[in-house]
Design a protein around this ligand. Structure first.
Ligand code: ADP
Length: 359
């Protein structure tokens, strides 16, 4: 059995509120899975349901081949990793690490040895006698991790563990957690509202909205082939641009509504006479030479970070273009834009589902 965690048809109600809607999710042993979505989409509820901190209303939850629906949290053999402030402030690092073993009745010497072993893995060997207040944010996060590792759980469940760290430390800790996961050969489920965190840490990303799974898959597959407008707009930063358009009666061209009608001949025909949204990622637009084909568009703002230049158009909807390096844009406030058809995404205007062009 390679599936470590399997949810099928899982529903969760809080009173009349339907928080998880028919969730199917398979997590293989050794995977790093991120649950991502905007606040309130149900990702914590899903994680807490795995842990047993919430009961599910219907469906099945199987962990390592065993049905767990009604098994209490401490018998599920899963370890939750919270933000680092969940440490016990009045206990040393060693006491924080051995606390769960002490409760289980593990002998003192054995627990001490286990703490030393885990501390060696997480780089805390010299800090075992310190109190949490005597540690940096990153070190505290490592204690939180170590406290989970010492229990040898079937899976690690992370609930936004990095959200109270500053930006630089967060980026560092992402790498550290992922490296630790790999070294331990662990199975991890990681909740975050930050799509960059999900994309950079996970092998498998689950995008949620309003209690449903909108799409799941490998990070770059979601980026390259978002199943609907929501996923397309949620994954990627700056976000994908969406331009209303209509396909022609022969399906061979699109009429974009971008500061006036603009026609694009399609290399691959699509459904005729359909209102659609054309999705273009900011890095897939480019500046065209003044005499080359393209759309002349007024510019609202040009911002440079040094490495990149961000151009925002004065159109409705506005379009954001990312250019590599510094731009030589002059001040006449008009640009000529072009894009590569290989990289356009098309969504049905009413269902917002992806429409594939190559048929
Ligand atoms: P997320 O982690 O994605 O921000 P949650 O899983 O915490 O979202 O919450 C999903 C939805 O369920 C939210 O609308 C939230 O208000 C609701 N909810 C969460 N916990 C409870 C609860 N104990 N009772 C009632 N509603 C809840």
């Amino acid at each position: 059995m390679t599936q470590q965690i399997e949810l099928s048809g899982v529903n969760k109600y809080y009173g009349a509120y339907h928080a998880l809607k028919n969730i199917d999710l398979s997590i293989r042993k050794g995977a790093f899975v991120a649950l991502v979505g905007p606040s309130g989409c149900g990702k914590s509820t899903l994680l807490r349901s795995l842990a047993g901190l919430e009961g599910i209303s219907s469906g099945d939850l199987v962990i390592a081949g065993e049905r767990m629906n009604d098994v209490p949290p401490r018998k599920r053999d899963l370890a939750m990793v919270f933000q680092s402030y969940a440490l016990y402030p009045h206990m040393t690092v060693e006491q924080n690490l051995t606390y769960s073993l002490k409760i289980k009745g593990v002998k003192k010497a054995e627990a001490k040895k286990a703490a030393q072993e885990v501390a060696a893995i997480t780089g805390l060997s010299d800090l075992l006698h310190r109190y949490p207040r005597e540690l940096s944010g990153g070190q505290r996060q490592r204690v939180a991790m170590s406290r989970a590792i010492i229990r040898h759980p079937k899976a690690f469940l992370f609930d936004e563990p990095l959200s109270n760290l500053d930006a630089a430390l967060r980026v560092h800790m992402r790498k550290e957690i992922r490296a630790l996961h790999d070294r331990l050969g662990a199975t991890s489920v990681y909740v975050t509202h930050d799509q960059v965190e999900a994309m950079t840490m996970a092998d498998h990303v689950v995008v949620m909205r309003s209690g449903i799974i909108e799409q799941q898959g490998k990070p770059l597959d979601l980026y390259d082939r978002p199943a609907n407008r929501f996923v397309a707009g949620f994954i990627g930063s700056p976000a994908m641009n969406f331009i209303p358009a209509r396909s022609s009666t022969d399906g061979k061209s699109l009429l974009l509504d971008l500061a006036g009608p603009r026609s694009v001949a399609l290399q691959h025909p699509m459904v005729p006479d359909r209102d659609v949204l054309v999705g273009l990622r900011p890095e897939h637009l480019a500046l065209a030479a003044p005499d080359a084909p393209g759309f002349d568009i007024p510019v609202a703002a040009i911002e440079s970070t040094g490495a990149m230049t961000y151009v925002t158009t004065a159109t409705s909807p506005e379009i954001v273009v990312v250019l590599n390096g510094r731009s030589q844009l002059n001040s006449d406030r008009m640009i000529r834009l072009t894009f590569d058809q290989q990289n356009i995404h098309v969504f049905d205007a009413s269902t917002e589902q992806r429409i594939d062009l190559t048929v």
